[in-house]
Design a protein around this ligand. Sequence first.
Ligand code: CU
Ligand code: ZN
Length: 196
Amino acid sequence: MTHSFTWPALAFAALAVAGCAAPDAGKAGPMGMMGGGMGGGMGGGMMKGRMAVASLTPTQGNNVRGLVMFHEMDGHLMVHARISGLKPNGEHGFHVHETGSCASADGTSAGGHFNPDGKPHGPQTAAHHAGDLPALKADANGMADQKFMLMGPTLVAGPASVVGRAVVVHALPDDYTTQPTGNSGARIACGVIAGH
Ligand code: CU
Ligand code: ZN
């Protein structure tokens, strides 16, 4: 499978402009072509530019695909998901799973939810797996474009790192209650998170 044409570049541009951009002159981009530390800067943010991306492809019999971009900033992880082929106006469970493999036709190769802290499955507002994410909410065209911020998961090497793990989209809403899965049904798209 090849990468999807211009998507990544566009998406990264959007990401830079939107959530993750530096306070002002972010033009040099997160890739770091800024020669010397210009201006006094305002602490932390700009020195880290860790990014990662998962390119989601459909599991067998599905047509869900998209990109999930991760950008680490000031101790939290910004996530931007742009996904198509979802159920129109539907809600879909969305998680980081522990194993970075989408090799199986049904996505089960990605294993269970990423859970380095031994927590129960749950919503962001209560104890939850590090890999539990806010649900995807599709528009009338089956597209979702969502950004959110996570506390805990990181792109920094170590037990909390999501790099090398997998993002999974499910067929059904996550009830955030059923253990340990949220009962969100089949895995309809999967993508391995690759560092940049
Ligand atoms: Cu999942
Ligand atoms: Zn979970």
